[in-house]
Design a protein around this ligand. Structure first.
Ligand SMILES: Nc1ncnc2c1ncn2[C@@H]1O[C@H](COP(=O)(O)OP(=O)(O)OP(=O)(O)O)[C@@H](O)[C@H]1O
Ligand SMILES: [Mg+2]
Length: 276
């Protein structure tokens, strides 16, 4: 499997859930390089998931444009795939059937489909579980099946909305490391929405900090750390502090006008609550 990423160009993006209500965000500008891993962090309700759905073509923007390699995004496509917090697998199917479901719908011949599924299962280290029922897997293994199901489509962009937040710290860490290393090996772009500052530091090339209502991009920080990234590495810890500070500053600046609300940030072992 070899996958090309995309150059992403988002200009003047705005979204309103209702024509009379306030915009969720407006005039948002964001660009990403081919193969870049972006993390979007920000307090609850600032519009991260809304933004991700629009980038995935699942919702249409009310203003502005999104271009992948210079072409406007105007709907969903198998070239960009979204992974959610819950893996949403078919419980009556085996692992390999779940992974191959997209190829089956696309009418792939059995042999090619099974080769591609095997390759995706090897990438997520589930090659020994192909014939197991997904109901017999742990939460982390199920999320790996969902990852393989995304990879099998050879996406140019993988969008992740807090994909590991329901997992224990150990399983989460191994998936964070593996998703980044698979993305880098195959060359596709990542956009990860997360509350977890560690996740941003461990997985992203660049972190984008959103805050406010309507949501704005308040800051962008190049993470630029060598791989593999170890949580206890001083450079990783220094970047984590830098992002944490930028997160709190953004929450304070954006929250100041409203008199302050809660900002929640998950860290490796604790949940820090900051009053702006
Ligand atoms: N289907 C919807 N209809 C109307 N308003 C919505 C809908 N979904 C989200 N919103 C509102 O849009 C805003 C942004 O929501 P969104 O889910 O994008 O935030 P988020 O940053 O992903 O939050 P969280 O970190 O809690 O997941 C919120 O004020 C939310 O109430
Ligand atoms: Mg969300």
């Amino acid at each position: 499997m070899s996958i090309r990423g995309v150059e992403i160009n988002i200009q003047g993006l705005g979204y309103r859930y209702s024509s009379r209500g306030n915009p969720t965000f407006s005039n948002l500008k964001l660009q990403a390089r081919r193969g870049e891993a972006l993390a979007i962090i920000g307090r609850s309700g600032c519009g991260k998931s809304t933004l991700l759905h629009i980038v995935a073509g699942l919702n249409r923007p009310t203003e502005g444009t999104i271009e992948f390699d210079g072409k406007k995004v105007d709907g969903p496509s198998s070239r960009w795939v979204m992974m959610f917090q819950a893996p949403h697998l078919y419980p009556w199917m085996k692992v390999s059937q779940n992974v191959g479901v997209g190829l089956k719908f696309a009418g792939w011949p059995e042999k090619e489909k099974s080769e591609r599924v095997d390759e995706a299962l090897r990438l997520v280290e589930l090659q020994d579980y192909a014939d197991v029922s997904v109901q017999d897997l742990s939460g982390g293994q199920q999320q790996r099946v969902a990852l393989a199901r995304s990879l099998v489509m050879e996406p140019e962009l993988l969008l992740l909305d807090e994909p590991f937040s329901a997992l224990d710290a150990f399983t989460r860490a191994s998936l964070q490391r593996d998703v980044r290393s698979i993305a880098k090996k195959l060359g596709f772009n990542l956009i990860i929405v997360t509350h977890d500052i560690d996740e941003a530091v461990l997985m992203a090339d660049r972190a984008v900090i959103m805050a406010g209502a309507p949501g704005k991009i308040m800051d962008e920080i190049e993470v630029g750390l060598p791989d593999p990234r170890q949580r206890q590495d001083p450079a990783v810890q220094a970047m984590r502090s830098r992002l944490m500070e930028a997160f709190h500053t953004a929450a304070q600046v954006a929250g100041g006008a409203k008199g302050g609300t809660e900002a929640e940030v998950d860290t490796e072992t604790e949940s820090v609550t900051q009053h702006a």
